[in-house]
Design a protein around this ligand. Structure first.
Ligand code: URA
Ligand code: SF4
Length: 207
């Protein structure tokens, strides 16, 4: 069976998982990417935030959310009164998927097969961290966390009766990079406030 499962150490802590993920060949994305980008943050966090996949900067630096989307996320966490170091931050897919245009590497959304292939890592991360709440940011994260496709606009902002992990609440929100794409200042500010409100709602589920 294709997928990451054979690389995932059973019962591993976050550091065991991080080390093993460096050698994952569970799908084809490792070939063109620089390195596996695993998680960052607290290994014993009550809140886990899940993004889509590393971007160009994350791929080069080996750290999630260190580029423009990461700055937007930092601002939103700040505004929601959440310390970045207190949460566990990871991605649905651990390698950067891109298309070369000249010398530029253009982000491409991972396909469902890649999201499914990488899911055993997320499963193992939830088992290791045991968060109270998982915040899925954007459609790719939601697809991985819930195991089914959802429309963000329909489900965002409130706890979902996900029944995926007992005792773990799931909340879906937008991806921070969706805010970066809004050119109109008023639209972007409104979207930012909505994102902050969702993060704040998640803190209540984490208590
Ligand atoms: N976008 C993501 O979803 N994750 C990152 O780590 C960076 C950008
Ligand atoms: Fe493994 Fe995930 Fe990377 Fe694919 S994207 S090689 S499944 S870590």
């Amino acid at each position: 069976r294709p997928g990451a499962q054979e690389w995932v150490p059973q019962g591993g802590g976050v550091e065991d998982l991080r080390e093993a993920a460096g050698g994952c060949r569970g799908c084809e994305l490792w070939k063109d990417a620089t390195q596996t980008v695993f998680s960052t943050g607290a290994a014993q966090a009550s809140m886990m935030l899940v993004g889509e996949q590393p971007g160009d900067r994350e791929d080069r630096l080996g750290e999630p959310f260190v580029g423009p989307a990461g700055r937007m996320l930092d601002d939103a966490l700040d505004a929601a009164g959440i310390a970045r170091t207190s949460v566990y931050l990871t991605n649905a897919v651990k390698h950067f998927r891109f298309e070369l245009r000249g010398k530029r590497r253009i982000h491409q959304k991972p396909v469902t097969g890649q999201v499914v292939a990488c899911h055993p890592w997320l499963e193992a991360e939830v088992a290791a961290v045991r968060p109270r709440v998982i915040v899925a940011m954007g459609a790719t994260a939601a697809r991985s966390v819930l195991g089914r496709p959802v429309t963000i606009g329909d489900v965002r902002g409130a706890e979902i009766d996900a029944q995926v992990w007992p005792g773990v609440a799931v909340l879906v929100t937008v991806h921070p990079s969706s805010l970066l794409r809004l050119r109109d200042d008023a639209d972007r500010h409104a979207a930012f406030r909505g994102f902050v409100a969702d993060l704040h709602a998640a803190t209540e589920l984490a208590e």
